[in-house]
Write a protein that binds this ligand. Structure first.
Ligand code: SF4
Ligand code: SF4
Length: 274
């Protein structure tokens, strides 16, 4: 639970323009403020918000530039699809960079003795409200359309009426992510949103059980570079997974299937290039 000093810091940062960031990123920034500022004014908050927002935009721009320098992009992507493909490929590039950074950081903190509780088939967190960007939703909608995944459409429909606050109070059967399989694995593991990739805890898995603890005993692990990369998605707006997924899925057109073909060819070309 946030104490009043932390709440005050977070409110100042939000008012200063640090918005749409994950709770883990906000926790990292608040801890920094608690350590380094005796007094924390609105001007201080503006300085930090500008620095972090600038840092996130820089990473997002780097990913787009990187995509535009790949041979497949330069030689094979038709002009008419570039507007839709660029953000999509930048998401894939960001996910790759995020996974690499995460793996290096986890190795480091494990060596320092930090215990990470997350493991395969542990899935209480797949009942939390997952936020994703519009482009990540488009990516998942394409995977859903082309892969024909067996998701529970009735559940997806029922989740349309749940906002973040109601989500935290709802029973876990209503908040199960539609991509969570009966075997408790993620059906879109390689395509999952940044927020799912970067979320992990050091507390016992049972504390993640929303029905019992409502997140009160969860101790998250915050890694700055991982969160900055993850924020390149959340900072561009977005919303809860069920809402964004349904909207993206119902807006798909035949042109989007062409986009999918180029997306997979671009991805394969990277492996060949490697
Ligand atoms: S966040 Fe909690 S529920 Fe999710 S994998 Fe980690 S320990 Fe398990
Ligand atoms: S997308 Fe996958 S990892 Fe993320 S909440 Fe859903 S099932 Fe879990």
């Amino acid at each position: 639970m946030l104490n009043s000093r932390t709440m005050e810091i977070q409110n100042l940062l939000t008012a200063a323009g640090l918005v749409n960031l994950s709770s883990t990123m906000m926790m990292i920034v608040s801890q920094h403020v608690l350590l380094h500022f005796k007094e924390f004014t609105f001007e201080d908050a503006v300085g930090i918000a500008n620095e972090i927002n600038g840092s996130i935009s820089e990473r997002a721009l780097h990913m787009r530039n990187w995509v535009q320098q790949t041979p497949y992009w330069r030689e094979s992507v038709p002009e008419k699809l570039r507007g839709k493909l660029l953000p999509l490929l930048a998401v894939l590039a960001t996910h790759k960079a995020l996974d690499q950074e995460l793996s290096a950081e986890l190795k480091k903190i494990r060596e320092e003795g930090v215990k990470i509780s997350c493991q395969k088939k542990c899935s209480f967190c797949c009942h939390y409200p997952v936020s994703l960007s519009d482009t990540e939703a488009y990516y998942l909608a394409l995977m859903l359309k082309v892969g024909g995944l067996p998701i529970d459409e009735e559940l997806l429909e029922a989740q349309q009426s749940l906002g973040s606050a109601a989500w935290m109070l709802a029973d876990s059967e209503k908040t199960r992510c539609v991509f969570l399989s009966k075997e408790k694995t993620c059906m879109v593991y390689h395509s999952r949103p940044s927020s799912c990739r970067s979320y992990m805890v050091s507390s016992s898995p049972e504390f993640c059980d929303q029905d019992k603890y409502r997140g009160q005993k969860v101790e998250g692990i915050g890694l700055l570079e991982v969160e900055l990369l993850s924020s390149t998605q959340s900072s561009f707006g977005g919303g809860l997974l069920p809402h964004k997924l349904k909207k993206a899925f119902t807006s798909l057109t035949p042109e989007d299937l062409e986009v999918f073909v180029h997306m997979t060819s671009w991805h394969k070309s990277l492996r060949v290039g490697n």
